[in-house]
Design a protein around this ligand. Structure first.
Ligand code: AMP
Ligand code: MG
Length: 345
């Protein structure tokens, strides 16, 4: 596997041999991981069946889970989708480049069928990361790119996470340092009468509503039940090896649960925040960020879940977070990591 190292703030007016090289590998229909502002993506030519097939193989991803297509220029869009509705155009003006994926109606025979998993729609976004934009631009292709992790595992926020999961399964990784937002893009369906959030992410519901008015959240997200409109949301995701339980209660309640499991002889982990990190007694206590600034929690969430894997815990108890701002995306990922197991205090 190739490992290209670039600075995270490449100048998009300059040419970098590492980026030219990585783009060439993409043109040869191989898969390459690269940083975006959300998490590391695993990119492939979205027009090629054989290239896209390699993403599914490398990740072990179910074939009915469609991929998001990444572009580097707003002007590419009209050639790729059937129509750009008014709300979508407003959201693009406000949030692209950025962590917002918009679902459009398909244009026939543009993308590999494997990208859309046979759906009549396609998800597209323009990432806000100079390395991602430079690679897409240099390839001259729309690039299908899910997160660059093995399916079901926490998403990668560093090149090392990508190597841990996919070494020898992909052609290369462009290492541009740690990603910024830390959780994936918000997915918004703009094919109906009004926009619906299919997956909460880096752009918050509140930010979307400032631009297009009231935005609904797909009801299946709440309970983790029903048939989600975003096929990917039905799979267990983001899960560390040990079972995770969310604790809906006080710190004392959480500590009580830890004590019970310790008495049973288990090695117990606690996922907490900087504010409370000294308040617990357990085998492994990890702070995921600052409760008073949830963007730090989003940024560190996946790395923290991966760190638990290296610390050999048998069970993990986690604090919960308010479902406001980026907290909605954090809680969505934590609930999925926990398989929706919540313990009341
Ligand atoms: P990932 O690529 O792993 O970040 O996941 C992409 C997410 O976007 C998954 O939850 C997909 O189900 C969702 N997605 C991609 N394309 C579509 C589409 N055409 N319609 C609905 N959801 C989509
Ligand atoms: Mg993913």
């Amino acid at each position: 596997m190739k490992h290209w190292i670039v600075e995270s703030d490449v100048d998009n007016n300059k040419s970098y041999p590492q980026i030219v090289d990585a783009a060439k590998v993409l043109q040869q229909n191989e898969v390459v991981a690269f940083p975006t502002e959300t998490v590391y993506g695993l990119g492939a030519n979205a027009k090629s069946d054989c290239a896209v097939e390699k993403i599914f193989e490398a990740k072990g991803r179910p074939s009915d889970n469609p991929l998001i297509v990444h572009i580097s220029n707003r002007d590419q869009l009209e050639g790729l989708v059937a129509e750009v509705p008014e709300d979508a155009a407003s959201l693009i003006d406000a949030f692209w480049p950025g962590p917002l994926t918009i679902i459009f109606k398909n244009k026939k025979n543009v993308f590999s069928e494997k990208v859309t998993a046979g759906l009549p729609t396609v998800g597209i976004r323009m990432p806000d990361h100079p390395v991602a934009l430079a690679i897409i631009e240099a390839s001259g292709l729309p690039i299908a790119a899910p997160s660059a992790n093995r399916s079901g595992k926490p998403s990668p926020t560093t090149a090392q996470h990508v190597i841990d999961d996919l070494e020898d399964r992909i052609a290369g990784v462009v290492d541009g340092g740690e990603t910024g937002v830390g959780v994936e893009s918000t997915v918004v369906d703009c094919t109906g009468p009004s926009p619906i959030i299919l997956r909460p992410g880096g752009v918050t519901k509140e930010q979307l509503e400032e631009v297009v008015g009231k935005v609904e959240v797909d009801p299946s997200l709440k309970e983790g039940k029903g048939a989600p409109k975003s096929p990917g949301m039905k799979y267990t995701h983001y899960a560390p090896d040990a079972p995770v339980y969310l604790v809906d209660g006080t710190r004392a309640d959480l500590q009580k649960l830890v004590d019970i499991k310790k008495e049973e002889g288990l090695r117990v982990g606690v996922l907490t925040t900087e504010e409370f990190v000294n308040d617990f007694q357990a085998d492994v206590i990890l702070s995921v960020g600052r409760r008073e600034d949830l963007s730090t929690v989003a940024q560190n969430l996946y790395d923290t879940l991966r760190t638990f894997n290296r610390s050999n815990v048998d069970i993990i108890f986690s604090e919960m977070f308010p479902e406001e701002g980026v907290g909605l995306a954090i809680m969505n990922r934590l609930q999925k990591a926990a398989g929706y197991r919540v313990m009341k205090g």
